[in-house]
Write a new protein. Sequence first.
Length: 218
Amino acid sequence: MKKIILFATILICTNNAVSQQLEIGPDFGFNFVNVANSEITQGRAVIGKSLGSASEGVSVVYYFGNPRENVTNGIRLNFSNSNRGVKSDNFSDSKFDFNSKSINLLYRRAGALGNGFGVFAELGFGYNIFDNNTIYKGNVDELIAFNKLTERLIIRSNEIAFLYGLGFDKLIFKDKLVCYFQFNGDAGITKINVNSGAFRTQSLGMLLGLRYIIKTGK
């Protein structure tokens, strides 16, 4: 996490001299999260049904050029809060559900579609910090609720994930604001558990929000 923060700080300090546009604003989203055991080689790797989870956060986007004039590259730094986990296939009130605070750094490629519309794609990495004190909620034993578990799930306090996204945006309010909508997903790189198995989180969802535009280029 310290390396991600250090890289972002260096980027902000150096990029102001060359960047053409900076955008900052809130993000709101909804994700369908699951937990998969990558050691399973036959059948479904996921251990249950997807858990729906809302998210909120803030993003800063630095563009190396003006995305309304030419196809350009950028970097997005995002801080977000959401819940991760999975629901039981057979018991509706049983689930793993734990809070995740995330620091995400993504490379962006963006361009214009005309009439103030734009399109962008992203790839990057995230660092998730888990509240791992009480992760299971349910009236039956977790080994009964999740029959793919052979022992109780004990998770770590963090995870590194691969991130990807595709979205569209639109200039509004005299070109001072940009509203956007995107589809996004992630897949855990490091396993979240400390006992047997190799469990990783994964999700698919959507994100929307507003960002204020600051012109930094000369």
